[in-house]
Structures are given as C-alpha cells and as structure tokens.
Design a protein. Structure first.
Length: 274
C-alpha cells in the first residue's frame, strides 16, 4: 500500500507528484475492475447458464480489460458472494431466482395432522406429485401424495393411516403403482426418508426441497415412471430455468442415494448441453 502522506515530506516536489500519480492509478484500476453485481445479475438472469467466456465478453463490453487470472479471481468472488454458482465444469448460473415451495392442500394438512398426533418426534416430509405438472408438457391425468418417514416405522405408519381410512401403500412396486395407485384420488405412498435429506420445515408441515424431489423422481423410477423419458428432461430443464437450485445440496443428496454421477451426467447432457 502506498502512503502518500509520508511522501509529502520529501524535498523534491517531482517525487511527490510521481508517487501521487502512481497511487491514483492504483485506485482507478481497482475501481475499474470492481464488478457491479446488479449489472451482472441483469445481464445473465435470463440465461439458464453461462460460461467463463461469456463473463469475459461481459467485462469487455463494459470496457474492462481483464486477464484470465483476474477473471478467475472475479469468478471466485462472485461465487463467494452467492451471486453465481457452478452448475457444471466451466458453466455457471445466477442464483437470484425464486425458491420453489411445494403446494399444500386440505389433504396434506389432514395427513400431516394425523401423523403428528402419534409420531410428532419423528422427521418426515409430505408432498403431492401434482406440483410437477408446472414443469411438464404432457400433463398426467392423476397424481398421488408421498409421505416419507424413518424407515423403521414405515410399516407402522402405513397401518396407522389405513386404520384412519386413508388409502395408503407401503413403498409400492411399479406393478402396484400401475394397478392401485395411479388413477385413484387421495392416495398416499409411504416411503422411507433418506437421512440428511434437504427439507423445508414450516410451522406445521415439512415439505421436500426441490432438489430432493428432482433426485427422487430420477432414482425411484419404479414409482415415478410417468415422469420418465423426455418428461424427466422437461422437468429438470423447467425447474432449473425458473427456480434457484442449490447444486451442492442436490449433488450431496444424490450421493446419499448412490446416484450422484448418474444424475450429474444426466444434467450436463440434457440440461446444460450446448
């Protein structure tokens, strides 16, 4: 750091002038390369993703000449500030998108209230597959509810729901899904909850994060088979385009389910493929 105040005591005025000009140049350069986060958000917010080269073009259009090393530092700063995040190797996205919140309804409230009357000390989450419809092109004719709880009590909860006149199925196979679940109204699929799953804990009801839903429909295709094929791609593309995705959370949960590499490849090939 240059301290101009010490130089003012120098006997030669030209030395003072030289140091002052040098200090001024340092300040100007630092101000020039100081990224305007609002401008960056506005510039890239309409894109599903952008590359390092796109950022280089952005700074160039802003009249900022920047080296590869300086660009790397700026990318690191933007990631640290939470402005951008990596979605694949050399690809980034703006994090300033709305967060997804699964829809609630009277039946979700009813099942949650019933569950908590007996199992209020257990982790759980509940959601309706109808929330995926907004991400799809071809709309399914039916939906079902998913209630996930500790694997040691899935059978107990299953019978508890049935005793209370709730149509429930305990971790059903694809055949059971086809024959007894799909097409029915207010059906609950009881499943084991994977530990450390990303959840949204409200005041009374616990929902899964979007990252968890995306991983689950990919992993459990025997139960979510109607969301497979091209519709799976449509769901991922639309979800990533419209909502903020925590990639660290998504991949961590995918790893917990033993499918991190498969899901990462699926995303890179189908969502962020150029």
């Amino acid at each position: 750091m240059v301290k101009v105040t010490h130089v003012t005591n120098a006997t030669k005025l030209d030395n003072v002038a030289n140091v002052t000009i040098f200090a001024s140049n340092i300040i100007t350069t630092d101000m020039t390369v100081n990224e305007n986060t609002n401008d960056i958000i506005d510039y890239f917010k309409g894109k599903d993703y952008f590359t390092k080269e796109d950022l280089h073009v952005y700074f160039k259009d802003a009249g900022i000449s920047i080296t590869d090393e300086a660009l790397r530092i700026r990318i690191h700063r933007l990631k640290k500030k939470g402005i951008i995040q990596s979605v694949a190797r050399g690809k980034y996205t703006i994090t300033y998108k709305p967060s997804f919140m699964p829809e609630s309804d009277k039946f979700i409230k009813k099942v949650s209230r019933l569950f908590l009357q007996k199992y209020d000390d257990l982790d759980y989450c509940i959601w309706n597959t109808r929330c995926l419809n907004n991400f799809m092109i071809h709309q399914p004719i039916s939906a079902f509810y998913v209630l996930e709880i500790d694997k040691d009590v899935t059978e107990s909860v299953f019978y508890y729901l049935k005793d209370n006149n709730i149509k429930a199925f305990n971790n059903p196979t694809e055949q059971i899904m086809e024959e007894y679940v799909m097409g029915e109204q207010d059906v609950v699929v009881v499943k084991p909850l994977v530990s450390r799953a990303p959840l949204i804990k409200g005041e009374q009801i616990v929902y899964p994060e979007l990252e968890k839903i995306l991983v689950d429909i990919f992993c459990d295709n025997h139960q979510f088979y109607i969301y497979g094929g091209q519709e799976m791609i449509n769901i991922y593309e639309s979800a990533f385009h419209h909502y903020n995705i925590n990639y660290s959370s998504l991949y961590a949960y995918a790893a917990r389910r033993g499918k991190k590499d498969l899901i990462k490849n699926f995303i890179e090939e189908n969502v962020f493929d150029e």
